[in-house]
Write a protein that binds this ligand. Structure first.
Ligand code: UDP
Length: 468
């Protein structure tokens, strides 16, 4: 059976743990097939962070990685748009990427595929020069993918800004979504970020295919549209959910030990992503809301408002561990009921713990998938990027989350936090959401099972890459 030639797949995740983690999980699945190895090429604007090195260190030998020389973004006055920060890091890394790919293709007899996420699309020209087929690993929902494929059409047909539309936007195969809930950088035209995303969305069709980190059982109507197979459509392979479920490399972490002592399903996990921060005022409301809910919680908290004056994907080592920005006396008053963890915690392992009963999330796609594979219902507190769309998806379509209302001051106020936390952890609605998320958990596990849809699609890709 194994007559296929051995081959190497090169991957370049753009900066951000949300890109690196799922791509590594995909790589781990790929190397289960014989004669296939993966090389990860990593661009960055900072020295490797502890979070990065921790996940990279635990990789099997069939996955190697190399860091491109880190590029400087210090000439930019201040990067207020995260997408542009990621984009520029990739753009400025292209010369060293070219050298690395050249050297790889001269040492390996067959580089079968080059895989990037959507921010790496400018690198595909270099792969094309070397006759390496490129694929996009799309790290968000099929809904977000559908939006990006639909964006050139929206750009042509919609007058004015998407955020000002009075009617919801109908993305093919998706729940209707208001313009102000769409991917943040495309809500307004006439800015650099809009043009950049439009540029990327026009480049999707220049690749051989899109590998989606979702699956048809989760987003059936959207995949029906995306996989219609019409002649001018780019192939979409669904391989999700690629999430970190590996429990074996978990150290006897003190947070997990704390969870061991809590009743089953009693703890709300609160974590708003790998790099974003919220304002001091919102941090305050969140703290008081949690305290007043009288529910157990494990909160991974970052110093407020550090976005504008720090690098995006900052090194955890550089973070201070002081919690002086929390309301006075908060830590003492909630001791026993709550545990506050500065900056970073092993989220995938925490969500898999039996004591977790809910997840207050910023709605990053990896966080959503991690919650689903562990059957944990959510509270949606989206911040930026495509998170508001994801919030619509998990509340209105999947029905596995509840979304607090934003007050007139632009904040989710503490009373509202308390209300949704109580509702999720104790109310009837929480039970319904729990039930529904367990159905999706089963669907996810089926998709990844022996004859599951994602396993089949992944094998199809491997077969293609191994067939010279
Ligand atoms: N993550 C983690 N610990 C943290 C924060 C984040 O392990 O304290 C992981 C999380 O499990 C997920 C990724 O970082 O795999 C974040 O990806 P996501 O798409 O949810 O959000 P992003 O940070 O990219 O906005």
């Amino acid at each position: 059976q194994e007559q296929e030639a051995s081959c190497v797949v090169a991957m370049m995740p753009s900066p951000g743990m949300g890109h690196l983690i799922p791509m590594l999980e995909f790589a781990k699945r790929l190397i289960r097939h014989n004669n296939l190895t993966v090389t990860i090429i990593i661009p960055s604007s900072d020295p490797p962070s502890t979070a990065q090195t921790t996940v990279l260190r635990s990789l099997p030998t069939a996955i190697s990685h190399t860091f491109l020389p880190s590029v400087s973004l210090s000439d930019l006055p201040s990067i207020t748009n995260p997408e542009l920060g990621v984009a520029l890091t990739v753009l400025r890394s292209l010369p060293s990427f070219r050298r690395t790919l050249l050297s790889l293709s001269s040492t390996h007899h067959r580089l079968a595929a080059f895989i990037i996420d959507s921010f790496g699309l400018d690198a595909i020209d270099i792969a094309s020069e070397l006759h390496i087929p490129s694929y996009i690993f799309f790290t968000s929902s099929a809904m977000a993918l559908s939006l990006l494929l639909h964006l050139p059409y929206l750009d042509q047909t919609v007058q004015g800004n998407l955020k000002d539309l009075t009617e919801p936007v109908q993305i093919p195969g998706c729940v209707p979504v208001h313009g102000k809930d769409l991917l943040v950088p495309i809500q307004e035209r006439n800015n650099e970020a809009y043009n950049y995303i439009l540029h990327l969305s026009n480049r999707f069709k220049m690749t051989q295919g899109i590998i989606s980190n979702s699956f048809p059982e989760l987003e059936p109507k959207t995949f029906k549209e995306l996989q219609k197979g019409e002649p001018d459509m780019i192939p979409v392979y669904s391989v999700g959910p690629m999430v970190n479920v590996d429990q074996t490399n978990g150290t006897a972490d003190k947070y997990l030990t704390w969870l061991d002592d809590q009743p089953r399903g009693s703890v709300l996990f609160v974590c708003l992503g790998s790099w974003e921060t919220i304002s001091s005022a919102q941090t305050h409301e969140l703290a008081i809301g949690l305290e007043n809910s009288k529910q157990r919680f494990l909160w991974v908290v970052k110093r407020p408002d550090n976005l504008a004056n720090s690098t995006f994907f900052n090194d955890i080592n550089a973070q201070d561990n002081h919690l002086d920005f929390l309301p006075e006396g908060f830590v003492e008053r909630t001791r026993g009921m709550g545990l506050v963890v500065p900056f970073w915690a092993p989220q995938a392992q925490i969500l898999a713990h039996k004591s977790i009963g809910g997840f207050l999330t910023h709605c990053g796609w990896n966080s959503i998938l991690e919650s689903i594979v562990n059957g944990v219902p959510m509270i949606a507190l989206p911040l930026c990027a495509e998170q508001k769309m994801n919030a619509v998806l998990i509340t209105e379509d999947f029905k596995v989350a509840t979304r607090p209302k934003i007050g007139e001051n632009g904040l989710v106020e503490n009373e509202e936090i308390t209300r949704v936390v109580e509702k999720l952890m104790e109310g009837e609605e929480g039970k319904k959401l729990s039930y529904r998320v367990k159905e999706l958990k089963d669907a996810a596990s089926k998709a990844l099972g022996e004859n599951g849809s994602s396993t089949k699609q992944l094998s199809e890709l491997v077969f293609m890459w191994k067939t010279p």
